[in-house]
Design a protein around this ligand. Sequence first.
Ligand SMILES: *Cc1c(COP(=O)(O)O)cnc(C)c1O
Length: 404
Amino acid sequence: MTTTAELIELSERRSAHNYHPLPIVIHEAQGAWVVDVEGKRYLDCLSGYSSLNFGHGNPKIIEAAREQLGRLTLTSRAFFHDQFAAFAAGLAGLTGKDMVLPMNTGAEAVETAIKVARKWGYQVKGVPRDQANIIVMEDNFHGRTTTIVSFSTDPDAHDDFGPYTPGFRIVKYGSAEAVREALDANTVAVMVEPIQGEAGVLVPPDGYLRQIREICTENNVLMIADEIQSGLGRTGDTFACDHEGVVPDVYVLGKALGGGVVPVSAIAADENVLGVIKPGQHGSTFGGNPLACAVANAVIEILNTGEYQARARELGGVLHERLRGLTGQNGVVAVRGRGLWAGVDIDPSIATGREVSEALMRRGVLAKDTHGSTIRLAPPIVISEEDLLWAVDQLVDVVGELGG
Ligand SMILES: *Cc1c(COP(=O)(O)O)cnc(C)c1O
């Protein structure tokens, strides 16, 4: 049998080094646990960046995928298929919007939202052609396409990929005033992550989303909420915007919508917005395919029960109480988050996030650093309370060891 070291060496030799994975080779997984090629078990505290909210191998999702795999997997949108109606109606119902537009990856859904906002700006709002601007936030993460990285403030994501797409104004995250100042008559949208995941699980001040909602409404500007990572149960609500009772004009969804099985993304909006897209103006060969829809339909059914949202809220309470008790001691500088989602800042003089992640891995916990010395904890919502607290204990021990 090929060893872990050999598999890693072979993987690295023949692939671009656009990631820096932890040195583990995963072979199988169930629930919140994964097993590597040597049979060692690890608790997954990353969940594929919140793509696995409902757990590895969720029986309901896998059953839906299996049934669909045996029957019909791809048609293209040149034809209707029998999973599409339920998908469109189901996701419209979950979001409370009139209609949806399915794509595959998160970045494609963000691109879709940008295109729709611009077209809406020209055709409905009356912005002069090619003059539309969209307000976005510092430290955003919306994906990796050339347009999206054009307005990234992360040098790694942005630099040397120009020339860049114009039409974006970057303002400070968390400041509604900054949004107000950046607005003008040609602003078609404000695009915001309700909680910034990649930036380190940054939670904006209370009332921020509500203020953005008000500013957008007052100025006839679309509020686009990128809920790709924050949505679908993670924060203890269906959408992170729910926390402030805010309904954006456009939801951007991905990651967990694919149930950890296939890439599924979508935007959801009302007819007066999404209705601007006519045949031939946008699309994707794989977007809304039968397998994707069958899986997403299972995900939507799961979310409609509210069980996972409630569980994320409950376990999140346990997690944040435990983490709050650690803040200011044991090398834990700060803790942020909501629901089953936390960013834990480790004293950078003790260790880098990478070193902490590696030490955690040796103890059987898979977590990934975001920027600098922040560790992101986002286990599948099916995790047991006991396992969750065990993972936090491992983090405390690791930081203690590295600091001592
Ligand atoms: C992951 C992510 C994306 C991009 O999704 P991909 O499927 O990787 O293209 C966009 N926005 C947010 C908030 C994300 O977390």
